[in-house]
Design a protein around this ligand. Sequence first.
Ligand code: DX5
Ligand code: ZN
Length: 234
Amino acid sequence: MFQPVKIAPSILSANFMDLRADIAAIERAGAGMVHVDVMDGHFVPNLTMGVPLLKQLSKATDLPMDVHLMIANPLEQIPWFVDAGADSITVHAEALGVDELVRAVALIRQSGCRAAASVKPGTPVEVLLPVLADLDMVLIMSVEPGFSGQSYIRGSEGKVAQVVAAARALGCAPLIQVDGGIGVETAPLVAAAGADVLVCGNAVFAAEDPGAALRAVAEAADAARRDALAAAGE
Ligand code: DX5
Ligand code: ZN
């Protein structure tokens, strides 16, 4: 059955001097959640935002806070982000051994948040199999994590299709999120492959009218999703 995609604008590309206006614009345009990119300068070369900002942001909007942890020690810091108002927390498989990944997912869920796990472009989706049935969402990175404004890595939609197939085989249905270089040109590729949630940084916040840009991406993705469902006879 057709379900519209959710757009998760990444505030990494927003205007930090006028965040309230940018949040209001994406609320009005129908954003599904706010994507918060946390980078620690270790797991990725960049350093961005953390607990103090999330605390204020989560109080300033009813949109769910989708926290993407690009940090080396997520097990230690998950509770900080839970307390600061996260609704979903994504950890990277590359930052954790298998046992730690299992513990991190359990910790997030026990804390009342939705749990997600991510793979970088060079990491096979198979590393997520030990936790796939326990995940609320899988995040496929379509750029190397670290910076907004990069170009979508062609072929990333293949990993989306792999996760859809793996989840089906296991009898689970986590949301599938894609992050990196998503805009009107690339959204249809991943939506047709089965993506449910699209992170957009520059495509939304670098646009003159962020709300209109958000809706344009959502419309392009939804059209591709309808076509793919029709082609599959669903
Ligand atoms: C990259 C971040 C992304 C990024 C998205 O490491 O996880 O969320 O900011 O920005 P765009 O959409 O501009 O690639
Ligand atoms: Zn992100």
